[in-house]
Design a protein around this ligand. Structure first.
Ligand SMILES: [Ca+2]
Length: 392
């Protein structure tokens, strides 16, 4: 009898544990504040107060957000859906579903980007995994007209991929070139192989042609699309206002790779350089290779990158932010040029896994949850797009 009671108690405990979200959720519009940093150095920082509001709920792994000049918003869901928020209201149905997307594990429909001259040409870019010669990734350009994506044009394809380590961000830099981060496709050797597009940053013209001033143009056995090499799986890409330096966040090794865990990175990514994977990782150094600016062990799983340049939160100006999946938080990095001044965790374990983060035209900061990606613990209204809004 005692044994049965014990077994029942254990069973009930199991149910309770499996049903409990590990996160303490904020209630809608609850006010949150950052740390207040005393006046050390010249960096006087007062606490920044904001509230977290829900923009959209009931989504499935929203991966990327793009703000259009007309105030509308496009976002992607990993299974292949392109969604539109028009005049603040989410269309019930996707405006486009990628027909040949291959959604699996960490990849599927990933990035969406707006052409720098979108107002004139209406060009939108999607990056997604598909079934080609095995798993691969491609970037396509479309025209957005009457809330439809038309005139698909392949910008780059046959990028090696795998269900995991498939990148991919595809974003326009200040030079109006398209930069694409690619994963190592779970084959370490590819990241250092210069005849492969895997484990690299690529740089292309907006029509997919190779800019003649790329670093490896006309070099033997080197793909001319390559801008930098030696990346494992970079999923955050943003440029620092003022300096125009490219920052990337990159996932570090998994335990099974035998190179230790953790080792997630923030890098300043510069023309022609080698970022080490899989020759060096964590804080290791080697001549001719770049050691990361920041390294995170244990892993936080950085999935995005954004420089804040808005006016709604003046204290955030020039700060670098990224969402963390496994780490379930937003990391804020205060910088002085290339130098890290301070770091802070925001919203830790409040919304579960966080993927994209993006600055809206009004200066509010939008981010997405990724609790339905197979590794999370989804709440009823997940996944969501939320935003940090200033307190008036
Ligand atoms: Ca590295």
């Amino acid at each position: 009898m005692k044994l049965i009671v014990f077994q029942m108690a254990f069973f009930l405990w199991l149910i309770a544990v499996s049903c409990t979200r590990p996160s303490t959720r904020l209630t809608e519009s609850e006010i949150v504040a950052t740390e207040s940093v005393p006046n050390n150095e010249s960096n006087n920082q007062t606490a920044v107060k904001f509230r977290v509001e829900t923009v959209a709920s009931g989504l499935e792994v929203p991966w990327a957000i793009a703000f259009l000049p007309d105030g509308n918003v496009i976002f992607t869901e990993r299974p292949g859906r392109v969604r539109l928020i028009e005049k603040g209201k989410l269309h019930n149905e996707p405006i486009y579903t990628v027909p040949d997307v291959e959604p699996s594990s960490e990849s599927g429909l990933m990035d969406v980007s707006v052409h720098p001259n979108f107002s004139e040409n209406k060009f939108l870019y999607l990056a997604y995994a598909y079934r080609g010669d095995g798993n691969q990734v491609k970037v396509l350009r479309y025209k957005l007209a009457d809330n439809k994506l038309t005139e698909p044009k392949t910008i780059v394809e046959n990028i090696p991929a795998a269900p995991n380590h498939a990148g991919t961000r595809a974003r326009f830099g200040p030079d109006k070139k398209l930069y694409i981060t690619t994963g190592d496709a779970t084959d370490w050797n590819l990241a250092q192989k210069t005849d492969s597009l895997a484990g690299k940053t690529l740089r292309l013209n907006d029509d997919g042609t190779v800019p003649p001033d790329n670093p490896f143009v006309n070099k033997k056995n080197v793909r001319p699309e390559i801008w930098t090499i030696g990346h494992r799986n970079a999923q955050g890409l943003a440029w620092q206002p003022g300096s125009n330096l490219m920052f990337q966040t990159e996932h570090g090794p998994s335990g099974f790779e035998g190179k230790g865990g953790g080792g997630d990175e923030v890098n300043i990514v510069e023309r022609g350089k080698n970022y080490g994977w899989a020759e060096i990782h964590h804080q290791q150094t080697r001549a001719g290779m770049v050691t990361p600016l920041l390294e995170y062990s244990p892993s936080c799983a950085p999935a995005s990158g954004m420089f804040y340049n808005g006016n709604a939160f003046s204290e955030f100006k020039g700060n670098f932010f990224f969402g963390c999946l496994r780490g379930q938080r937003v990391i804020r990095v205060r910088l002085d040029g290339r130098r890290v001044v301070a770091q802070e965790n925001l919203l830790e374990k409040t919304f579960g896994r966080i993927r994209e983060i993006a600055e809206a035209p009004d200066g509010s900061i939008w981010f997405t949850t990724s609790n339905r990606d197979g590794r999370g613990n989804a709440a009823k209204d997940d996944d969501r797009i939320l935003r940090l809004a200033p307190i008036k």
